[in-house]
Design a protein around this ligand. Structure first.
Ligand code: AQP
Length: 328
């Protein structure tokens, strides 16, 4: 059975892009593979955060994992900072990674925008991400398109480690959906939907109330042609709505386009909003039930124990291969 690892940062409101590009797929994969899913709270520290908000958001993401359908009997759910091996393995891989390859990371360039004020962790976090993955000897990592470059780095680091110190680490493959790997911002459909987008009109949060969802989709930027067709290059807004509808309803893009043939943009927006509201309502309701129950903390404690057992074993093998002296 293949092993998968992935994570989501507790950096803001989890949105439909995170759901369709990652979380929904996490749920599907739990029946096919041995899955480890974490809330990557250490990654969130790469940008200054209010400590209370970080605590709150970490539990929020973990609760959304459960509310969206992840089952702790099938998948191991944990918080990254609860498994100490991550930071240690991160250091070991920093001693394998090269400045040149980190300089090429486009996410760092975008998020730092050349400023001297960014923290060192933002620069080195792709290496910590590589450590997250190799510790579990993951064969595959389900992510959205934006993480592809980081995944390539993780694979390169694992390969370099193995070439230098002997075969210890599994080389991970990115698992990127053919469609939905890049849900675009509603207010700006040429850029990806993002938690850190300036405006809330950019995204549909998984916990948005139905009236908010309807309003945001109604205001989504489209074009002036009034012709429904799937063409991400020339019709990014309409194509984005079609992708959302198709992933939520389980129809192909072709079936979706056919369904909307001859209809206007108003009808498209209405039906997309209805489908999204119908899909997200049970998740939002379950989320609120779970947050009151204390169940999440229990699941995370159990998950950290299971994850640590595997991560500690790989870490010991890495240390031994590198020439560190036991006890590990
Ligand atoms: N727009 C998107 N479409 C499809 N997948 C997406 N993902 C993120 N945005 C989209 C996928 O969601 C997973 C978790 O992402 P993350 O929280 O670790 O960080 P991110 O990729 O940086 O997400 P955001 O929303 O853009 O957060 P901020 O604004 O904080 O940087 C990943 O698998 C990601 O690919």
């Amino acid at each position: 059975m293949k092993r998968m690892l992935s994570g989501i940062q507790p950096t803001g409101n989890l949105h439909l892009g995170n759901y369709l590009g990652a979380l929904k797929r996490f749920v599907e994969l739990q029946d096919e593979a041995e899955c480890f899913y974490c809330v990557v709270d250490l990654h969130a520290l790469t940008v200054p955060r209010d400590p209370d908000e970080l605590r709150e958001k970490t539990l929020e993401v973990a609760t959304l994992y459960l509310a969206a359908g992840l089952d702790p009997k099938k998948a191991t759910l944990f918080v990254q900072s609860h498994v100490r091996a991550h930071t240690e393995a991160g250091w070991l891989l920093q001693c394998v990674a090269r400045m040149g390859e980190l300089n090429r990371m486009t996410q760092f360039k975008e998020k730092s925008q050349g400023s001297d004020g960014v923290v060192v962790g933002l620069y080195t976090y792709p290496v910590l991400q590589a450590a997250d993955i190799v510790l579990y000897q993951a064969d595959a990592v389900p992510v959205g398109e934006d993480q592809k470059q980081h995944l390539e780095l993780a694979r390169d680091l694992a390969e370099r480690f193995n070439n230098r110190y002997g075969k210890v680490l599994t080389l991970p493959e990115p698992l990127i959906g053919k469609i939905g790997a890049r849900i675009m911002g509603l207010d700006n459909p040429v850029k990806k939907m993002s938690k850190s987008a300036g405006s809330e009109a950019n995204y549909i949060a998984l916990l948005d109330e139905p009236d908010v969802i309807v309003k945001k989709i109604k205001r989504a930027v489209t074009d002036s042609e009034n012709c429904i067709a799937y063409d991400p290059e020339s019709k990014p807004g309409i194509s984005n709505l079609l992708v959302i509808y198709s992933l939520i309803t389980g129809q192909t893009i072709e079936e979706t386009v056919q369904h909307f043939e001859g209809k206007g943009y108003g009808q498209l927006k209405k039906e997309v909003a209805e489908a999204v509201v119908e899909h997200l309502t049970p998740i939002r309701e379950r989320y609120h039930e779970l947050r009151q129950s204390g169940e999440v903390e229990r699941v995370l404690a159990e998950g950290a124990e299971k994850a640590s057992a595997i991560a500690d074993e790989t870490l010991a093998r890495m240390k031994e291969a590198m020439g560190l002296v036991p006890p590990f």
